[in-house]
Design a protein around this ligand. Sequence first.
Ligand code: NAD
Length: 420
Amino acid sequence: MKADLLNDPVFGMAAEQFDRVADFLELDEQVRERCKWPKRLITVSLPVTMDDGRTEVFFGHRVQHHLSRGPVKGGLRFHPSVNIGEVAALAMWMNWKCALMGLPFGGGKGGITCDPRTMSPREQERLTRRFAQEISQFIGPEVDVMAPDVGTTSQHMAWILDTYSTREGRFVPEVITGKPVQLQGSEGRTQATGHGVAFLAARALNKLGIPISKATAVVQGFGNVGSYAVSTMTDYGMKVQGVSDITGAIWNDDGIDPKALREHVAKTGGVAGFPDADAIDPDALLLQKCDVLVPAALERVITKDNAPKLKCRILAEAANGPTTPEADTIIENRGDIFLLPDILCNAGGVTVSYFEWVQNLQRFSWDKKEVLSKLETKLNEAFERLLSFTKKKKCSHRLGALALGVDTVANVKKTRGLFP
Ligand code: NAD
């Protein structure tokens, strides 16, 4: 199993990062091994009746990296490239993220290998409910709390909540986060990750002495995270000149209007063909001169090939694992890019998910202003903690963020003993 995981390129990358951090922290061998490997890897087969009457069998995965600090928390992804190694890597990163942010959770992640773009809403509902049914004995408010990720939305969370609650015979909103507000979802959850990315980009601009009103940005991905990052950065007065998604990339020197782009995407299914911008090669988009570059789509898009050619001042990693280890070394050696590492940059989502869980457990709700203000306080604390740690230890932002997370988990494991 260890070799299978290490052979997966995404898990291999997460493990390589972990080993670097463990060396840096001088973790002893016992704790190092316990921190590295996932506690539970669960794979279920999911027979689903398709609209044409066929039965198709999908595979769904859930990885609970560790349960030493509380229930695991993490998204559920629908994408054709989902596999157990990728899910395990994403679960490991969630650990360090929750610990860095001071949230009482371990890391989890799930995914179903499917292409939601080719499936009808009814097929997606049947698949989601089947997954919820198969996985329900392994999840729960004190064990594993899922949330949306690539290819899933609040509607998918509502189906999971309904399936789980029906099985339990009572309404259990605290089993899932990122659900619709009318099912006790949190105000502000939908925009939380993108809002957090924009907030931290603004804090980084401030540290670099770049006026926010003069700053430019490029965003790869216009889904949940990318679209709200674009809206919030635009609200702050920044000019978002380039945006891409799976359908193509667009550019406008004067900035792209997020509201008009959102309407275009709702109508056509993608950013390609947006009338108020020119088409641009998606690979070239990442290399345009800008103050803030936001990869907000998938993993491993900043590579050893494009890292030397980046012309951004800040790399705000909204996606999970967008930078390969080779690219990371190049960026570190260049020294001219302020990195906002993924486990901090996109932590807005899990932080508001935590707020949602707390509100559900208390049967209480906060308004959007309160949620976003509490989110900004938490993000700012983690940002400042990271900057003072990296200054003191003379290390990169990536290493510093991971080290703060790993150290917290390792200390809990040491204190509790061998079992957790
Ligand atoms: P999403 O499915 O809503 O959006 C993904 C976007 O990426 C879409 O616009 C899609 O068209 C685009 N995309 C896919 N392949 C692409 C390609 N090859 N080139 C350019 N664009 C491409 O997903 P999301 O929830 O916005 O998540 C995006 C990233 O952020 C993922 O890495 C996810 O793990 C991470 N993340 C999400 C959250 C959250 O709250 N949703 C929280 C933390 C991290």
